[in-house]
Design a protein around this ligand. Sequence first.
Ligand code: FMN
Length: 390
Amino acid sequence: MTQLRWMTAGESHGPSLTVIIDGVVAGLPLRAEDINAQLARRQKGYGRGGRMKIESDTVSIESGVRDGHTLGSPIALRIVNRDHENWIGRMGAAPFDAPPEPVTLPRPGHADLAGVQKYDRRDARDILERASARETAARTAAGAVARVLLAQCGIEVCSRVRAIGSVRDEQDVSVDELFSSRTRLEESSLRVLSESAEARMRDEILARSHAGDTAGGVIEVVARNVMVGLGSHVHWDRRLDGQIAQAMMSVQAIKAVSIGDGIAAASRPGSEVHDPIGHSGAPPEFTRSSNFAGGIEGGMSNGQPIVVFAFMKPIATLRRALLSAHLDSKEPAPAAHERSDVCAVPAAGVVLEAMLCLTLASALLEKFGGDSLRELSRNVASYLQQLRDY
Ligand SMILES: Cc1cc2nc3c(=O)[nH]c(=O)nc-3n(C[C@H](O)[C@H](O)[C@H](O)COP(=O)(O)O)c2cc1C
């Protein structure tokens, strides 16, 4: 049973995006600024297209919050699409006076073709408007609420870009060093730790852009101070690793997810992959000399930082378009080109953070329950005492 329920609505060039989040405890301090700060982070990054210059996302809290605190009722958030004013007559609910030019050359790598066939549409715009990653602004807003909830229990989430195209940031740092580097990451144009890797990544993006091409990459997302025991081994759908993988894979263009060293571990001997258990004699008592497992064993958090790698495919809208087939004539022609990012890996990192926050907040509420922040905090404190007494 999912404790935190949420659902987004809205088209890319429609009037606005909406998200309703249900299950957040009452009494949580929550301000629009908490959400706007995350929305601003999602909009940055070298390689973004013209849309992000038009939008300057800010949230309107429509329900569920009073006097700076949650009420326990559904929280409705709305983000206006500023670009909508350029789409009046093409993106309204009322029947069109004059039908706009339809999109009839589906773009490979997008929802366009499967969508028009499945939903029996003749204009791929009917599909691409909702499939667009503009929707991730609403997820980011929901994730910001989850982040505030997690912070009350000491849990923090951050991310870094590990690779763009063929360029990797090889600089390894501890989890605490990573969290201490957040200012550097926010100042970086690509949310990358190593300055030399960042320069090479920018060159790669520029080269791909000049060639009419695009870039994908790898993002590392980390949560620290996650207590032992979120998720469970007893049912497939209660496994925290499964829930995280689903959440990450649901982000547009994410094509693979690795928990800890998951992908690399497949080729290594077990003796080099599993994390030996020790005991320190002081809280947190049980210790690990490594964290190849990425903080999850048997579908449960094990008290180590949760480390997730997400792999993003290159942006599918290409200026040097791939071949497509016309929906009506079926004749070959280059795919449609909408204004588009060349690389959105840094923005995807912020969205992935939001998805990890939502997944962990849901698991936290499932384990500890409570209708108010006081009740939740009491339940968490009592469990942490139980762990210390173990
Ligand atoms: C933050 C973010 C921004 C994106 N921006 C674009 C874009 O400008 N143009 C584009 O073609 N794809 C963009 N994408 C990727 C597409 O949304 C994605 O490739 C498409 O939905 C198909 O991927 P899927 O098969 O995983 O759904 C973006 C993805 C994310 C996460």
